[in-house]
Ligand binder design. Structure first.
Ligand SMILES: [Zn+2]
Length: 128
């Protein structure tokens, strides 16, 4: 089977979609995703970077300078933050928030609570 190109092509009707996707994505959707990604990155800090990709529509996320946090738009004006190893897609911990910062804070809080719990378990083990 021939592998379809993942390179999106501009068409006269406003479509901007790759053969591998085939979802009829538009240039307008792409531009909106890029603009929203830029606004979200600037909201979180000067060194946050944007990522825009196509998968039956245009999607975006932003990544922290350390690479451990990514923030994506959630449903209904919410955001979801992922925390994991630098450069990882997704993350080990993820939580939603009404704002990007709330999503980040919730995610870090869950990871920190887990870290504390793990610490207590290991400490208890060493005392036995
Ligand atoms: Zn597409």
């Amino acid at each position: 089977m021939e592998k379809l190109s993942q390179k999106p092509r501009h068409e006269k009707d406003g479509t901007f979609c790759s053969p591998a996707c085939g979802g009829g994505c538009t240039a307008k959707e792409h531009d909106i995703a890029e603009a929203k990604a830029e606004v979200l990155a600037r909201t979180l800090g000067p060194d946050w970077t944007t990522d825009v990709w196509e998968n039956l529509g245009w999607h975006y996320a932003v990544r922290s300078p350390c690479g451990r946090l990514t923030v994506h738009p959630g449903s209904a004006n919410s955001f979801i933050a992922f925390l994991g190893e630098p450069g990882m897609i997704g993350g080990r911990w993820d939580e939603y928030g009404d704002t990007p910062q709330e999503a980040i804070d919730a995610t870090v809080a869950v990871a920190a609570a887990e870290y504390k719990q793990i610490g207590a378990i290991i400490e208890g083990l060493a005392k036995d």
